[in-house]
Design a protein around this ligand. Structure first.
Ligand SMILES: NC(=O)C1=CN([C@@H]2O[C@H](COP(=O)(O)OP(=O)(O)OC[C@H]3O[C@@H](n4cnc5c(N)ncnc54)[C@H](O)[C@@H]3O)[C@@H](O)[C@H]2O)C=CC1
Ligand SMILES: O=C([O-])CC(=O)C(=O)O
Length: 316
């Protein structure tokens, strides 16, 4: 498999590095507009290959899309990250121009690629990538739910440990759907478990509400600490999506996809669980949402539509 990662900043470089470490790809091409940065990061990664025992070739280029030709997957991380105090949605104007242009250029050289969109505001950028390329919906997938679910599991494990139930994040099963934003993402408490035991039996309502709130602002919390947004978990999450495609693993992962009636919605991209395999997303998995979780999902959909409305000319 050949993977292109557009944007060699914090997230893009991490995606390339984790993909190489996971050993499923033949080649990773890292591309950026900053002269020499992709080349330097790719060379640095290649100098890990002996120590870490991988055979993937990582190549860096400046703005040369011919090097990305015939990629199977293109991961789009190019664009501005937010700074402390900002929302992701504030990036819509500047990142829409970048995402539209890089997706068009990448597609010219890799007409069969599956696109994974990371740049924020990710739900709107996924919608834009889909609409501006006219690609079938299975080939345009936004990454947010995988990351938000990892944060949900992390915060659940912290709360479980504090309540006397030893747990690592990987002992916990939990999923976040809806839009990738601070206010309306939907951590599904009702189906979260610790090794099969519903967390609702182990944690109080107050503690669970606190976990949900921490999960929702997980990205903002890290941005406050780091001065820019996070990259280790975002990079690892994106690499996990690429791996599911490379291995045709049919894993069920919450991702941002274009809905055509699933969850009662259409004409937008938002996070729902999907089956991921070699052709991109194969189907949307229906989770029966009830009560408050259904109301929160509906709110999230409305919030995603409001950001799409700001795409304006970019959609033409
Ligand atoms: N969906 C998600 O879960 C997450 C999304 N993000 C988003 O990912 C994006 C990247 O974040 P970071 O890597 O931290 O930012 P960064 O600033 O470290 O890297 C962005 C890179 O994009 C490059 N770039 C800008 N315009 C370009 C173009 N036209 N073509 C190629 N490269 C271009 C820049 O030169 C820079 O190297 C941001 O929009 C951020 O908000 C970040 C974390 C998680
Ligand atoms: O918080 C941000 O701006 C970056 C991001 O999407 C995340 O880390 O979840």
């Amino acid at each position: 498999m050949k993977v292109t990662v557009v944007g060699a900043g914090n997230v893009g470089a991490t995606v390339a590095n984790v993909v190489a470490l996971k050993k499923f790809a033949r080649e990773v091409v890292l591309i950026d507009i900053k002269e020499g940065v992709s080349e330097g990061k790719a060379m640095d990664m290649m100098q890990c290959s002996h120590a870490l025992n991988f055979d993937t070739t990582v190549k860096g280029v400046t703005n040369d899309y011919s090097a990305t030709a015939n990629s199977d997957v293109v991961v789009v991380t190019s664009g501005l990250p937010r700074k402390p105090g900002m929302t992701r949605e504030e990036l819509v104007g500047v990142n829409a121009k970048i995402v539209k242009s890089v997706v068009e250029q990448a597609l010219k050289h890799s007409p069969n690629a599956i696109f994974i969109i990371i740049s924020n505001p990710m739900d709107a950028m996924t919608y834009l990538a889909l609409k501006s390329t006219g690609l079938p919906r299975n080939r345009v997938i936004g990454m947010g739910g995988m990351l938000d679910s990892s944060r949900f599991r992390y915060y659940l494990s912290e709360a479980l440990n504090a309540a006397g139930h030893p747990a690592t994040p990987s002992d916990v099963d939990g999923m976040v759907i809806g839009g990738h934003n601070d206010k309306t993402m939907v951590p599904l408490v009702s189906i979260a478990t610790l090794r099969g035991i519903p967390v609702t039996q182990l944690l109080s309502k107050e503690v669970l509400a606190d976990v949900v709130q921490k999960t929702k602002v997980g990205g903002a919390t890290l941005t406050g600490l780091l001065g820019t947004s996070a990259w280790y978990a975002p990079g690892a999450s994106a690499a996990t999506l690429v791996e599911a495609i490379a291995l045709d693993s049919k894993k069920v992962i919450p991702c941002c996809v274009y809905l055509e009636g699933e969850y009662g919605e259409k004409e937008l991209c938002v996070g729902v669980p999907i089956v991921l395999g070699k052709d991109g997303f194969e189907k949307v998995v229906d989770v029966k949402l009830e009560g408050e979780e259904k109301a929160k999902f509906d709110e999230s959909v409305e919030a995603a539509r409001a950001v799409n409305a700001q795409l304006g000319d970019a959609l033409k």
